[in-house]
Design a protein around this ligand. Structure first.
Ligand code: PEP
Ligand code: MG
Length: 588
């Protein structure tokens, strides 16, 4: 039966495909398709994994049979019996075989998919004892996965995903239909892992529009909906679903009429993309001759080609923290960072690259295990520059790596979340220190312009102090909105109050831009507002000439720029920001 689940639209477009339900914490499992000739080898890997775990349990049973009841309580033996029983359960292995044979999933993916199917069955059980056996099942699967990690897949490279049209879908329901991922939650680092993956769309139960998970989804340029509450409970593995990333809706088990309608929308969107791609080489100039800089936000050096392809004239925000996440405390050293930054600089072929120093904390923990650390309010805690200043060795290592990369092209250094004059001075003296260390070592490095992000209301209000110290400013509207309105950007329960059009937010943005313009200093917006075409005219009217956004948004924003007359927009923009209801005036 067809039904719809509503959430928050975060990445545009329509995806039609089969649901892949992801259990929490399963994002580290590889997801790719195998070739039909590799089916047997993949089944053998799972079988070998299972047999190895069975043997391990037999050995354990023998060991504990020689122990007394004190060293090995009776419950331990009973627990091992349950694990053995689960391992030999036909439904587990038959299900795994099905996902490998019929859907050509790799072994790990097949195992976790079947685990999810069985977990649901356990959840539905009346008997509490049986219901609790779900945890045992998870432990058993975890052991098999751990064993399989040591035995690499015979498939060397996951093949690239195939994108299918609606027409293909209706004609062909074979193994390579598009897949959409449905999860309760995905961390930004999980999401990044999916960048090269097979999925054509995402839905998560939690998250806000500018949560970092949503930001990474948007950078992948595939439809995504977050904050869809119980989506992961309502959908079953392999259900047909439509993700409408424009409306923030997921339609489950669509009827043929609905499928046809969305197929039409999908084709329209493809046509629109084709039309926009013609603007790639067109300079971004307004009708009244103002040159506008359209820059790209990137998460990894490998994103540089997509930025160039979209016609970006540089990188306005390289979120360097993605190099630091999911490393289990083993942070990248100077050489590794230098090579990564250099790759981004060289990848941009002479265009400028703005590297932001590490911004971890809040919804970007260094490691998943740290997520639950008892911080009462992580968004207000040791995040971004605050963390960097509390780890001066780590910070100087990063600064040295960035300075060294600046020997290979134009690099700007950007500091996140500054609020205090003391933090500014400390940051700049560590930068001097990093330069002195390179001088002492005789290591080559290049010049950098140094900029600050305006993300905290205090920074926007103290913009003149900031301009005394910095060459340029970049307005991080995602956080500026969060901190001005006291709305956690990752919390779907207050997402309706997260309002870029709030007069207080617009006032801070407008005053920051006008002070920079007055002093002749560079200013850009690198939050999500910059890539949202609803705000292009307003920001142009406020005097902004530099926008940084996901590569996929550049051409749509350029189209708005080409149609705009900034002189005429200036007076209108002032009226908008002075209004009690700016959104209404903007829509008029
Ligand atoms: C912002 O806050 O607007 C920004 C660009 O930084 P991030 O989204 O990474 O916090
Ligand atoms: Mg920010």
């Amino acid at each position: 039966m067809t039904f719809a689940v509503h959430g928050i639209a975060v990445a545009r477009g329509i995806a039609i495909g089969r649901a892949v339900l992801m259990a929490a914490g399963r994002a580290d499992v590889a997801h790719y398709f195998i070739e039909p000739g590799q089916v047997e080898a993949e089944i053998d890997r799972v079988r070998a994994g299972r047999n190895a775990v069975v043997e391990e349990i037999h050995r354990l049973q023998q060991t504990i049979s020689q122990m007394g009841p004190k060293e090995a309580p009776h419950e331990l033996g009973a627990l091992l019996d349950v694990h053995l029983m689960l391992l030999q359960d036909e439904e587990l292995i038959a299900g795994v075989k099905h996902w490998i044979t019929d859907r050509l999933y790799n072994a790990e993916w097949a195992l976790t998919t079947q685990l999810e199917v069985l977990s649901r069955q356990f959840d539905d059980m009346e008997d509490e004892y049986l219901r609790e056996r779900k945890a045992d099942l998870e432990q058993v699967a975890e052991r098999i996965l751990r064993y399989m990690k040591g035995v690499p897949s015979p498939v060397a490279q996951p093949p690239a995903p195939k994108r299918k049209t609606q027409q293909d879908l209706l004609l062909d329901d074979s193994v390579d239909v598009p897949l959409v991922l449905i999860a309760h939650d995905l961390s930004p680092a999980d999401m990044l892992q999916f960048k090269q993956s097979v999925f054509a769309g995402f839905v998560t139960d939690v998250g806000g529009k500018t949560s970092h998970t949503a930001i990474v989804a948007r950078s992948m340029d595939i439809p995504a909906v977050v904050g869809a509450r119980s989506a992961s409970q309502l959908v079953r593995q392999d259900d047909w679903v439509i993700i409408d990333g424009d409306a923030g809706v997921m339609i489950v088990d669509p009827s043929p009429i609905i499928l046809a309608e969305y197929g039409f929308k999908q084709r329209q969107a493809e046509l629109e993309r084709g039309r926009l791609s013609r603007l790639r080489h067109t300079p971004a100039v307004t009708l009244d001759g103002q040159k506008i800089e359209l820059l790209a936000n990137i998460e990894m050096p490998d994103d540089a080609p997509a930025a160039l392809k979209a016609g970006a004239v540089g990188v306005g925000l390289f979120r360097s923290e993605f190099l630091f996440m999911g490393r289990h405390g083993n942070l990248p050293d100077e050489e590794e960072q230098y090579l990564a930054y250099r790759r981004a600089v060289e990848g941009m072929e002479g265009l400028p690259v703005t590297i932001r120093t590490v911004d971890v904390g809040a919804d970007k923990p260094l490691d998943e295990s740290r997520r639950d650390e008892a911080h009462l309010n992580p968004a207000l805690g040791l995040r971004a520059i605050r963390w960097s200043l509390s780890e001066p060795d780590m910070f100087r290592t990063q600064l040295r790596a960035i300075l060294r990369a600046a020997a290979h092209g134009k690099v700007n250094l950007l500091i996140p979340m500054l609020a205090h004059g003391g933090e500014i001075r400390q940051t700049l003296s560590l930068l001097d220190f990093a330069r002195a260390e390179l001088d002492n070592r005789g290591t080559a490095y290049g010049p950098v312009d140094v900029g600050a992000m305006i993300e905290v209301p205090a920074a926007a209000l103290a913009v003149r102090t900031f301009l005394k110290y910095f060459d340029f400013l970049s307005i991080g509207t995602n956080d500026l909105i969060q901190y001005t309105l006291a709305i956690d950007r990752a919390d779907e329960s207050v997402a309706h109050l997260y309002d870029p059009c709030h007069p207080a937010v617009l006032r801070l943005v407008a005053d920051t831009i006008s002070e920079c313009v007055r002093q002749g200093k560079g200013v850009s917006v690198c939050g999500e507002m910059a890539g949202d075409t609803q705000f292009t005219r307003l920001l142009l009217g406020l005097g902004l000439r530099s926008f940084s956004m996901h590569p996929a948004q550049i051409l749509a924003v350029k189209q708005e720029v080409l149609r705009a007359d900034s002189t005429r927009l200036a007076e209108w923009a002032q009226r908008v920001i002075e209004s009690e209801d700016p959104a209404a005036l903007m829509a008029a």
